[in-house]
Structures are given as C-alpha cells and as structure tokens.
Design a protein around this ligand. Sequence first.
Ligand SMILES: *Cc1c(COP(=O)(O)O)cnc(C)c1O
Length: 413
Amino acid sequence: MHYFEYKKGELYCEDVALKDLAENVGTPTYIYSQKTIERHFQAYQSGFQNTDHLICYSVKANSNLSILRLLGEMGAGFDIVSQGELYRVLQAGCDPKKVVFSGVGKTQTEMAYALDHNILSFNVESEQELKVLNAIAKEKNKKAPVSLRVNPDIDPKTHPYISTGLKKNKFGIPMEEAKSIFKNLAQYPNIQFMGMDCHIGSQMLSLDPILETVRELKKLILDLKTHGIEIRHLNLGGGLGISYTTETPPSPQEYLKEVLKELEDLHLKILIEPGRSIMGNAGILLTQVLYTKTNTSKNFVIVDAAMNDLIRPTLYQAHQDIWPVAGEKRSMTTVDIVGPICESGDFLGQDRDLPELKSKDLLAIMGAGAYGFTMSSNYNSRPRVAEVLVLGETYKVIRKRETLEDLIRGESL
Ligand SMILES: *Cc1c(COP(=O)(O)O)cnc(C)c1O
C-alpha cells in the first residue's frame, strides 16, 4: 500500500498531499490511487503467464465510470450483478463481450438487456433461471452463453455475510444438480454452454478453501468429460482477501500459481472475478474531525463521514485502519471515531489508539476503495460524497459531491 505514505510529516496519495485535496475538494471524499489499481491488476495479469484467461473485475466493489474505463483499458473484463452495472460498463466505453453476469435474481428485463448487448456469459444460479433464460433467448432467436455457478459446499472461513459457497447460502447450484443439468443440455436448445463458475466468498485469507473448490470442480469436469461433455471455460470467481490491518492474504501471484498448478492438464480458459483485491487498498475515505467529546467511559471523535458513506465497519464489524493525515507526534489516546448519524451503530472505528485529535484535523480511513462508495446511501439525507482519482502529482474529481437538489431528484409533492 505504499502509494499512501507519509512524506515530510504529511499523508500523501502518490504525490498529492491529502491536506491539499481536503482544501480543494472538501470532505468527506473517497480518494483512489491509479498507480495502486494498475499494480494490483498487473499482479493478476502477470500471475497468469501464458494461460488463456480473462480477469473480470467485479464491478460492485467500485463501479465509478473512470475506474471501469481505467481497468477496461488495461484489458479487464467485468463481472456484473445487475442491469445497472452493465449500463455502467457500456457508459465507460468498455466491451460487453468481456462481461459475465452473476447473481441469483436476474430479472427477465435484465436478461434481455444483457442478451441484446451480447455479453460473454451468464453465470446461471438455478434451474429456473436457466429455463427463463432459454425462453428469452428463443424469443430473440439467439443462443444465450451460459456458465453454471456450482456451489461446492466449502467453507471460505470469512464473515458469514460474505460467505457464499456453503449449502446453506443462497448462491449457486449444488454439484449433483449441476451434473444432471449438464447431462440434459438438449432440454435447452437456446443455451450455449460455455463452462462453469463458482465464487465461494469474499475476503478469503487462506488458499485452502479455494484449492479445495478447484479440486472439486476438476473432478466434476473430468466426470462430465467421460460423458462426452466438454467444459471449455472455468470461472473461479473473486474473493481473495486484502490486508486491512494485520491480515496476511496470499498475493495474486501465489494464488494463481497454486490454482493453475491444479488445472494445468485441463487446458481451460480461466476466468477470475477479483474486486476487493484490486480496489480495496487503492482507496481511502478522507474525513475531517468536527468535535471531540468525552462521556464517562469513552472518548469520542465525531467526524464528518458516517455509516452512510462507509458501512463496512458497522455492517461486518470490519476493522479498517485510521491514520491521521498530519503525521506529527502527539500524546496518544483511545477513541471511538463516530459519524453524525442518529444511530449508535454509526462508527468508523472503535477503541482506536490515535494521537490526540482536535476539531479540523483530517483522518484517512484506510482500505476504503472497495465496498466503500458503492455501498453508500443517502441515509439521514446526507448527499453522497465526492470521489477523486490521483495519478502522480495530478488528480481528477471522478464524481462530484451530491448537492441538495440531488437528494430530492425524482420526488414530487
Ligand atoms: C462480489 C463478487 C465477486 C468479487 O468478490 P471480491 O471479494 O470483491 O473479490 C466476484 N464474483 C461474484 C459472483 C461476486 O458476487
């Protein structure tokens, strides 16, 4: 994460001082480092070496048009979970033929829209969905390209809300059922079967569940082969974890090395859908201290960002490091960093040891590039914050701060 570092006692993003961004763009603001995004994407690219592959960046992690365009220009495809995300990919000028469409609840409108734009593949998550897609494709006199999302019933050992590969989760098709669908493909004349996919969870810090999944999928692929069914592409999903504080996840290269070793004799096209591991540590949320106060047992630092801007801490009990923008030495205190929203769950960090803070001090909530802005809302009628992309000494506002008029757009009296 070395594109966010202290220079001359001040926190920088690349060669731009965060203090200057606060002055020029205001707070709260999401700030992304282009060089970090590029480095993370290249780490995956280089890990694939000569293997036929496509990196489908998971749009829900951060769907800003400028971020999509940047990744598209580097050769990324996209993993989408809604019509809106496909619309964004198109608006960013990226290629729909590199788009895969995941999600358990695709509507007919969404399927039709994606078919019209000739996406690469639908990641189908149930037999009913497959039937509906087949019917829509038939009406359009098309063949819908499909991967079956299998649920391998493997525990990714992550937060329960972002665990997706267990039988008790709503995602994917159980292995046995997938096998029987593959054996009855003739029932779906308007489906073109491309392969299979999976995505067992997010923020995974160990390779074991991923490798176990790969071995299960390999077994299924080999079994189908004996029945004359050829799987050509295998999508392993996303989910590689990042270091928010002291976690030590495998690097993209280590992950790919191990995974590709398991699969080398199958000669498949390998797709992956990383989101967090590309964007998470490429962004921060810059916020300013409004007030400090002490109740009998706690010290509170009230900042201008809140749970509506960054919900991970309260939704997932996620720990994200909080750094003071001014690096000067002060005496340390233990504080809760909280927002202005009328909920006790409105915190960005609890029991943090930080240099003594006062009004107008700036703080950086680290690791906020993924599932930050995209999960933000207007709760408490707070306009959504600005987003900035930094490259070297330059920066661009890639989303304006919302105005009061934005808050009521579409409403009537
Ligand atoms: C969310 C999601 C991803 C991305 O997960 P990360 O943990 O951000 O890498 C990939 N594939 C699917 C189907 C998803 O739902």
